[in-house]
Design a protein around this ligand. Structure first.
Ligand SMILES: Cc1cc2nc3c(=O)[nH]c(=O)nc-3n(C[C@H](O)[C@H](O)[C@H](O)COP(=O)(O)OP(=O)(O)OC[C@H]3O[C@@H](n4cnc5c(N)ncnc54)[C@H](O)[C@@H]3O)c2cc1C
Length: 411
């Protein structure tokens, strides 16, 4: 194997995984990771609320790619070479056992992201990867077959292959653009919805599972998601909202985070079935107050909010419910309308939609189609997944494949 000099820009999940893979596959490779900040693997450390949702227990490639609003087609081949099963095996081999939660998310059994950080740090050390912190790269040039990596300090480093693993940092995009790559405009993904409704906010903490959400943004296709919804102090969060924010990331950015959200609080019931249940309650407890006696199985505070929202007086008894109010209640329960007017932060996970255009990258080994010897991995690419471990998985996969490419004798 050749004695190749490799520089990895970025000491995050993708940078580390790529560097380790390269150094392990080609023991003659000299691999250096350059990290701008003083801390390594910052996002891994804070990920998944400090637990690090490493991957997702979805081992069927076709099903797996459905979780990527951007990158799903390009990832089919990549995942056929390195998928969650390989991630589990990799961490296992490096002494970290992962466990699967009921919703498929996979975490280290220690429930601590430090386990993953420590594992990557020691695997890098064992593989002989050299790591430089506080070493920001400002530009990269290519002359003949060599790359020159220019540091903020003014120092210049020469190498044969470069991996750009700079996440969503603008400098990474600038370096890629400098080599002729197209950057699809970066915009946020995985966020919560702000909803201006004081009474709804009083329900903060109430969660309903499942709900069916439909998001209407003028001149954009309607988006739909089903799953758990959590009412917050600012509006709505939970897996269904986060998924919607991911699929609608661009459309919502263009609409300045304004949209009309339809919430079906009871997706398992048809409107006629809701009517039957409400009429049955009316027949069973005609003298009870509507506010105090739920007509449907849902959190009590939410029921009370629905009753108030359609204008039913708090004194009204079931026997007195008007046809109009009955219809409004059914409408509210199956198609409640909420105005989204802004986005909030989901602090457990967020990513950037956009980045290096995937058509310009050969997904076999993540090499640039424009510049031989230049590789990309992780969030710098126009790939992002929904919440649940899918973002790290694409980072592991693209970084591992880049490692194969950088370690190889070809080129
Ligand atoms: C709060 C939070 C929680 C998350 N939790 C999860 C989770 O549980 N599961 C999941 O799948 N995903 C999670 N994600 C998403 C996941 O963290 C990212 O998808 C992943 O970190 C991307 O890895 P990366 O290596 O491509 O980029 P990054 O992790 O962003 O690493 C890039 C690195 O490059 C460095 N860098 C940038 N520019 C330069 C430069 N010019 N010179 C030198 N160094 C540079 C940066 O300092 C950084 O260290 C979370 C994200 C956040 C913000």
């Amino acid at each position: 194997m050749q004695h190749v000099r490799i520089i990895v820009i970025g000491g995050g999940a993708a940078g580390f995984f790529g560097a380790i893979a390269t150094a392990r596959i080609n023991p003659f490779a000299q691999v250096i990771v350059l990290e701008a900040s003083q801390q390594l693997l910052t996002k891994v450390r804070i990920s998944g609320g400090g637990r690090c949702n490493v991957t997702h227990a979805c081992f069927d490639v076709k099903a797996l790619v459905q979780n990527y609003p951007r990158g799903n087609k390009a990832l089919i081949g990549a995942f056929s070479r390195f998928q969650p099963q390989d991630t589990v095996a990799w961490f296992n081999k490096h002494g970290v056992q992962l466990k699967t939660e009921a919703d498929g998310r996979m975490f280290p059994i220690t429930d601590s992201s430090e386990t993953i950080v420590d594992c990557l740090l020691s695997a890098a050390k064992m593989a002989g990867v050299k790591i430089c912190t506080g070493t920001a790269v400002v530009s990269v040039e290519k002359n003949a077959s060599e790359f020159t990596v220019v540091l903020k300090s003014g120092e210049k480093l020469e190498c044969d292959r470069v991996l750009i693993a700079t996440g969503s940092n603008p400098v990474g995009y600038k370096i890629a653009e400098g080599f002729g790559h197209t950057i699809n405009t970066p915009v946020p993904s995985l966020f919560t919805f702000n909803i201006r409704d004081e009474s709804l906010r009083e329900l903060a903490g109430v969660s309903v599972n499942p709900v069916k959400l439909r998001l209407n943004i003028p001149e954009q296709p309607q988006l739909e998601q089903t799953g758990a919804l959590l009412i917050t102090h600012w509006g709505m969060s939970g897996p269904a909202v986060l998924k919607l924010s991911a699929w609608g990331a661009r459309a919502l950015h263009e609409s300045k985070y304004q949209g009309n959200l339809l919430v079906n609080w009871l997706p398992e019931l048809k409107p006629e079935e809701i009517r039957d249940k409400l009429l049955a309650t009316k027949a069973e407890v005609p003298r009870r107050s509507i506010l105090l006696h739920r007509g449907i199985d849902m959190p009590h505070r939410l029921w009370q909010y629905m009753v108030a929202r359609v204008g039913i007086n708090s004194e009204t008894r079931w026997a007195e419910i008007s046809k109009k109010h009955l219809n409004l209640l059914i409408q509210e329960l199956s198609q409640g309308q909420y105005l989204v007017n802004g986005k909030g932060v989901f602090k457990d996970e967020f990513v950037t939609c956009g980045g290096v255009n995937l058509k310009e990258v050969d997904f076999k080994m993540m090499e640039s189609r424009l510049v031989p010897g230049l590789y990309f991995a992780g969030e710098v690419l126009d790939i992002d997944g929904v919440t649940g471990g899918f973002n790290f998985q694409s980072a592991w996969t693209t970084a591992y494949l880049a490692g194969l490419g950088m370690a190889s004798d070809e080129g």
